[in-house]
Write a protein that binds this ligand. Structure first.
Ligand code: 5GP
Ligand code: ZN
Length: 127
């Protein structure tokens, strides 16, 4: 059972020490900036831009593709939450929503999350 206490399709893959399950459950403190019924958004502990917020579904899925296949509605809710965070943070003139997917792309927490980055010019291509 995931730390959030509700059964889900990926519970077999959820360890009790999934960092983001524990943040969702309130077991690890974080600076939460927005919450919905299905999502939580909190400030990244190691910000890469003036606005750097991590947005997660409460339910555990390992990455964006698995989330989208299993629950497209929840994937949409995650994107809507990311946009609402950008509005709330006042960065709608230019921001980036990033899903690092796989260790080679820099994913270090295998609970799907997107980064909302803004508040400074963002270069392309990313590193
Ligand atoms: P990833 O590298 O998987 O795309 O993103 C994981 C993000 O989680 C990183 O940007 C990292 O700084 C952030 N992070 C890691 N541990 C914590 C933590 O304990 N609290 C918060 N708020 N962010 C964390
Ligand atoms: Zn998790």
């Amino acid at each position: 059972m995931a730390a959030h206490g509700r059964p889900g399709p990926y519970d077999a893959l959820v360890t009790d020490d999934c960092l983001f399950c524990r943040i969702v459950a309130g077991e690890i403190p974080s600076t939460i900036v927005r919450e919905t019924e299905s999502t939580v958004a909190f400030r990244d502990i190691n910000p890469q831009a003036p606005t750097h917020v991590v947005v997660v579904p409460r339910e555990h899925y390992p990455n964006a593709y698995e989330l989208a296949k299993a629950d497209p509605g929840l994937a949409g809710a995650l994107l809507a939450a990311a946009g609402a965070v950008a509005e709330q943070e006042g960065v709608t003139d230019g921001y980036r929503i990033v899903f690092n997917t796989g260790a080679k792309a820099g994913q270090s927490v295998f609970h799907v999350h997107c980064h909302v980055l803004g508040g400074r010019p963002l270069t392309w291509p990313p590193g």
